[in-house]
Design a protein around this ligand. Structure first.
Ligand SMILES: O=C(O)CCC(=O)C(=O)O
Ligand SMILES: [Fe+2]
Length: 392
């Protein structure tokens, strides 16, 4: 354990006082008692374990292929470079140790960045966030990886939709109030329209663009991550995820830590049969701050193999404007649960190393602009290569 972290023993404790003791069962997600636990996680640390989700049947295959990719016995430096992220104007592909930055410091991890697989808009269009759609880059020597990633993402999308419904219930807002932000309904039709534009030789008119990027077009990202086995202790620096809901599958090696309200780092242990769920800043914003986006980081503990993790980030549609739901529209149960923060208020509020709401958009801003700011901050080299001359 790091000298600054507290070991919570969460794995042995499924209902006690530990802030990390919440284990929610996916098959029972919408039962009244699970919704009550979800509310606790929403106003508490913003982190919980989810057991028996459809991702359990996918994760072993994806972990094995991810390890194979990162093994120096399998993948040569040339092959990694052949899919490097800087080659993709969609910010997809491999980046080496130290290339991603959090809070302006390099992270000691290498990764493949992935996103929803889709056709790309023609180059040079505005707004820049249109470039976030596009194809992924997969390594030629592991042809199975493509299918493993895409079917993992499909299941993850299903989990996100179900979790979003449960959160609507926990807040007491009408069905679809949050789900509509995800834009999943227009997926197939929207991608067909992008493809048609991409195949044409003339640039699209504003009206055609507007038609191709309807309000309901989804966006999501994921990473296959391998942390350094020694050296720089910042695996990934303290941050709050910028999206909607993050589903995180990890191996058994320690490193993940979450910040409690007093600003103390708590180790988040691996728990068999579970993935971790944490909320992103767009859910925090849409819930007027009732839901908390957890601050977390990964600390590097020296190990022979290096830790591997698979974070999946669901996001609002790039066109969604995240409009905060007034407290008056939420249920009495949700507001009552929030009163558990009274003690925190008496302490003078939450102590945190990351500015509150650092990736909240404005009242009129489409989420795409926020997503763009977040990516160009984390991947300055890719940004510089493709967009440096034209600015953000
Ligand atoms: O690897 C992990 O356990 C966490 C990764 C993470 O927080 C992120 O990539 O946003
Ligand atoms: Fe994260």
């Amino acid at each position: 354990m790091s000298p600054t972290a507290t070991n919570t023993n969460a794995a042995q404790d499924d209902g006690g006082p530990s802030p990390l003791s919440l284990v929610l069962s996916y098959p029972n997600l919408t039962s009244p008692s699970t919704i009550a636990s979800l509310r606790r996680a929403m106003v508490g640390l913003g982190f919980f374990y989810l057991s028996d989700s459809p991702l359990e049947s996918e994760r072993d295959r994806l972990f094995a292929l991810t390890r194979r990719f990162f093994s120096s016995n399998h993948t040569s430096p040339e092959e990694k470079r052949s899919i490097e992220q800087e080659k993709s104007r969609h910010f997809r592909g491999w980046s080496g140790l130290g290339l991603e930055h959090t809070q302006d410091k390099p992270d000691n991890r290498e990764q493949i960045d992935l996103g929803i697989e889709s056709p790309a808009f023609p180059q040079g269009l505005q707004p820049h966030y249109l470039n976030l759609y596009g194809p992924n880059q997969f390594p030629a020597s592991i042809p199975e990886l493509r299918d493993a990633v895409l079917s993992y993402m499909e299941k993850a999308e299903e989990v996100t939709v179900h979790l979003t419904k449960a959160i609507e219930m926990a807040l007491g807002v009408e069905e679809g109030r949050l789900g509509d932000c995800l834009g999943l309904e227009g997926k197939e039709e929207g991608f067909e329209k992008i493809k048609a534009l991409a195949q044409r030789s003339t640039p699209p008119t504003d009206a055609e663009l507007e038609d191709a990027l309807p309000r309901f077009l989804p966006y999501e990202r994921m990473k296959l991550v391998k942390y350094g086995s020694e050296g720089n202790p910042q695996g990934v620096g303290a941050h709050r995820d910028g999206g909607w809901i993050t589903l995180l599958a990890t191996d058994q090696q320690p490193g993940l830590q979450v910040e409690d309200v007093a600003g103390q780092w708590i180790d988040v242990p691996y728990k068999p049969g579970c993935i971790l769920v944490n909320f992103g800043q767009q859910l925090e914003r849409v819930s007027s701050g009732l839901i908390r986006a957890a601050t977390h980081r990964v600390h590097i503990y020296p190990s022979p193999d290096g830790r591997v993790s698979l974070p999946y980030f669901s996001m609002p549609s790039l066109r969604a404007v995240i409009d905060p739901i007034p407290r008056g529209e939420m249920s009495a149960e949700a507001l009552q649960e929030e009163e558990s923060r009274d003690a925190e208020k008496r302490m003078g509020g939450r102590k945190t190393v990351v500015p509150e709401g650092d990736l909240h958009g404005s009242a009129t801003e489409e989420f795409g602009h926020t997503a763009w700011r977040s990516l160009i901050r984390s991947h300055p080299n890719t940004f510089q290569r493709w967009y440096g001359k034209v600015g953000a």
